[in-house]
Design a protein around this ligand. Structure first.
Ligand SMILES: [Zn+2]
Length: 384
């Protein structure tokens, strides 16, 4: 059977087998379906075959729904020309690798179980209208890694109720540009969770929506240098429980509404150092609770119609710091905020408009430093 196709599979027409054939016509589809099921069954049961290699395969409207894989599977540079379904699949193996894969249509991994040491979606092109990982479970154990790196998500991406467990989870250097990015009720549990240098940049004329109403566990969470552009960003109700650091250093929010309302920050260090909020409608940390050692907003720039910390509880055990912050927002509201850290700094900050502490700030930190704060015009109201 194996006579001459480049990949070693049997020849269909010309030099390409049916799996690698550039253009499939309608009558090829049925043959393809049979052939691929055949190959998967064969490879799954052949002990000499250590991994199933589907590199460069060209799929049309193919469903893997409910299949169980007990060997590593490689989709390097494969192309899914129409919709692809991986719902309810189970991958119980060393590695699942979708590097350089191109998905042209809708793609779903609903409730798919990935129980592998390495899960790699690197340099994937998601070109269809939707990518759906709702309810998917990614479990690499405590030493494995999950890479969603260098990806282009052109349509909506949904990870609602997904669960990630691994040593390293990276969404590094990916671009989300569809109307919806949804991590609602997603549980992230990894020693390192990296969204750094990932860009959320909505292409549609209407502002897009990003939901991270999620739980973050493990050791460090990194959103440093992440860019949110033209999205309404919603971290409402999120639980930032990474043990050492929650890092929003140099994070850029541009043209957004940014909500951190009702969230809980509980890392030793929470950094909003040099974060930049520009051209925003509303930035809100209302009713947020911040514990751990310190929260640092130093050198951040807030530019919005409104910036509010209503009823926010600053409970860090060492420091709450807004040093060298540039408050450009039209209204900055700390109504009813509670400052309990032993040291709270507003030193060397610039307030362009109104900074308003009206409300019950009880009990206030023993030391609140307003040294060298420049209020232009002076509109500080403190009533406690
Ligand atoms: Zn081939």
């Amino acid at each position: 059977m194996k006579n001459g196709a480049i990949c070693g599979e049997y020849v269909h027409q010309g030099q390409h087998c049916i799996f690698h054939k550039e253009k499939q016509i309608a009558k090829d589809f049925e043959e393809f379906q049979k052939a691929i099921i055949d190959k998967l069954t064969r490879d799954n049961s052949d002990e000499r075959i250590k991994e199933i290699d589907l590199s460069g395969y060209r799929f049309n409207n193919f469903s893997f729904k409910g299949l169980v894989f007990n060997k590593s599977i490689i989709f390097n540079k494969s192309v899914f020309k129409q919709k692809a379904e991986f719902d309810l699949c189970e991958f119980n193996c060393e590695e699942v690798n979708f590097s350089n894969t191109m998905f042209m249509g809708d793609i779903s991994f609903g409730d798919t179980k990935f129980f592998c040491a390495k899960i790699v979606f690197d340099r994937v092109q998601f070109r269809g209208p939707t990518v759906d990982f709702s309810g998917a479970e990614f479990n690499c154990g405590r030493n494995g890694f999950i890479y969603f790196t260098n990806i282009n998500f052109q349509g909506s991406a949904t990870f609602v109720g997904a669960k990630f467990t691994c040593k390293q989870l990276r969404f590094w250097n990916s671009v989300f540009s569809g109307p919806l990015v949804d991590f609602t009720e997603t549980i992230f549990d990894a020693e390192r969770i990296d969204f750094n240098e990932t860009s959320f940049s909505c292409e549609s004329k209407e502002t897009g929506k990003v939901y991270f109403r999620s739980e973050f566990h493990g050791d460090t969470l990194n959103f440093s240098s992440t860019k949110f552009h033209n999205y309404n960003v919603n971290f409402y109700d999120s639980k930032f429980f990474s043990k050492t650091t929650t890092n929003f250093t140099s994070t850029e929010f541009n043209g957004c509404t940014v909500l951190f309302d009702n969230s809980v920050f509980n890392s030793e260090l929470t950094w909003f150092f040099k974060s930049q909020f520009s051209n925003c409608q509303k930035i809100s940390f209302d009713n947020t609770s911040i514990t751990g050692e310190s929260i640092i907003f130093n050198e951040s720039i807030f530019e919005s119609e409104e910036l509010s910390f209503r009823m926010t509880r600053f409970l860090s055990l060492a420091t709450t710091s807004f040093r060298k912050v540039w408050f450009k927002s039209r209204r900055v509201l700390f109504h009813g905020a509670e400052f309990q850290s032993p040291e709270t700094y507003f030193s060397e900050s610039v307030v362009e408009n109104e900074l308003d502490f009206i409300g019950e700030i009880q009990p206030v930190s023993k030391k609140v430093f307003y040294k060298n704060v420049e209020f232009t015009p002076l509109k500080l109201k403190v009533i406690s």
